[in-house]
Design a protein around this ligand. Structure first.
Ligand code: HEM
Length: 394
């Protein structure tokens, strides 16, 4: 069942505005000052990133070099433009929460939110003081509105860190509760499922021997086989969760890992699979566990597509990491649930256990890596990053 989404909504925004005294008039005051500050946006933004680059701790968050900074400058330009232009409504809040979640995802320490906002505050106030020196009353009103809004921005950013912590706590709690019951129930169910599996096999064989060609019957047998496979998968996920064992690392070609995962899942014939993995890309990890992640992502993709479509599986070395990407051309993951899909027991699928992605993340993390849902224009794209321990590629 889809649970309530944790996006801080209108009441949260209203309560922040009321607390600091930010009104429609404050919004209008900022909007009226846009033209004054806009010519200086470039200077403010250059200072913002110069400060980050000069600070070793903050600089560490910029992993994509000059190119990433240039891209971030463009997004910050839009951000500061919206600070002044508004409207400071629910859509604004949601956009801000999305930015906050990007920072959470890259593990940016929240302390930098204060220092970074301070930098913008100081530089923007300098501009306002210089341009409104002759109009002290207006200067006071704009400065107040700016202070209020930047503090609201901070509150939203911090809320996304809290949201992430709460999700992690919920997942940890659920995983430990599940773990306590999993082993017993899993073992109980494994035997009957094994019996069903071999009965289906024997029935198919018998029908073949008797030369019975009954499409209806075959369809029902196929259904049983699919459902048994699904139940087995849930049980395997449960047992894996309960075990929570440390990875047994070996070095193996990514290509072999992908083949292993593909062999362990049944994908409808109308789902095409493209694999792009150079021979020399090596993965450093537990083949069973990493195969489990890929199998899960491939199964998810094929289920999302309703029978036909394309799945791309890619492996590549990027610096000191290996990236495994599973992308599909299905309907994608709705924006309002994207930040929750890795929570244990969170599912929107009528037949999902809500364990698969939580388990994927746990395995990736136990390898020192991560799995995330990437922004993608269409379909869903999951990226697994794994550190390599065998030195840079030659
Ligand atoms: C006033 C505070 C900040 C604002 C308003 C801000 C704004 C933004 C925006 C608009 C994005 C793009 C989000 C998206 O992709 O949808 C972003 C992403 C990002 N920000 Fe910030 N940011 C702030 C502070 C920082 C600081 C202090 C750092 C580093 C120390 C930082 C590093 C990043 C990185 C690495 C990304 C990810 C970009 C990517 O996907 O390549 N941000 N930020």
């Amino acid at each position: 069942m889809l649970r309530t989404i944790l996006v801080p909504g209108q009441p949260f925004l209203d309560s922040l505005k009321t607390y600091v005294g930010f009104t429609d008039e404050s919004s209008a005051t900022l909007a009226a000052s846009h033209a004054l500050v806009a010519p200086h946006f470039g200077t403010i933004i250059d200072d913002f990133y110069r400060t980050i680059e000069a600070h070793p701790g903050a600089r560490a968050a910029i992993t994509g070099g000059h190119e990433q900074i240039e891209r971030l400058k463009r997004t910050l330009l839009q951000w500061i433009d919206e600070v002044f232009r508004g409207p400071h409504d629910l859509t604004y809040l949601e956009r801000r929460a999305r930015i906050g979640r990007v920072h959470v995802r890259i593990n940016l320490p929240q302390a930098y939110m204060f220092t970074a906002v301070d930098r913008i505050r100081v530089k923007t106030l300098d501009v306002l003081r210089a341009t409104l020196a002759a109009d002290t009353d207006r200067l006071r009103r704009v400065s107040t509105a700016l202070h209020q809004l930047l503090d609201i921005e901070l509150a939203i950013m911090l809320e996304t860190y809290k949201e992430d912590l709460e999700a992690k706590n919920r997942t940890a709690e659920r995983l430990s509760t599940i773990g306590q019951f999993a082993a017993g129930i899993g073992h109980e169910l494994r035997n009957p499922l094994g019996v069903m599996e071999s009965s289906v096999f024997l029935l198919r064989q018998r029908l073949g021997q008797l030369s019975v060609d009954d499409a209806g019957l075959t369809k029902h047998l196929d259904k049983i086989a699919v459902e048994v496979q699904r139940s087995n998968k849930t049980i395997n996920d449960l047992l894996e969760l309960a075990r929570n064992r440390a990875p047994r690392r070996v070095l193996l070609p990514a290509k072999a890992l992908i083949s292993r995962a593909l062999n362990s899942v049944t994908v409808p014939p109308a789902v095409a699979i493209d694999v792009a993995a150079a021979e020399e890309v090596l993965v450093d990890g537990d083949p069973d566990q990493l195969g489990h992640i890929l199998a899960n992502l491939i199964l998810n993709a094929s289920q999302a597509m309703n029978g036909s479509g394309r799945i791309w599986i890619q492996a590549r070395r990027l610096g000191s990491e290996v990236e495994l990407r599973v992308r599909d051309d299905g309907p994608g993951v709705p924006a309002e649930i994207r930040h929750r899909i890795f929570e244990a027991l969170f599912t929107t699928k009528a037949k999902g256990s809500g364990l698969g992605l939580a388990l994927c993340r746990r395995i990736a993390e136990s390898h020192g890596g991560d799995v995330v849902l990437e922004p993608s224009p269409g379909g869903a794209a999951f990226l697994v990053t794994l550190p390599t321990q065998h030195g840079p590629a030659s």
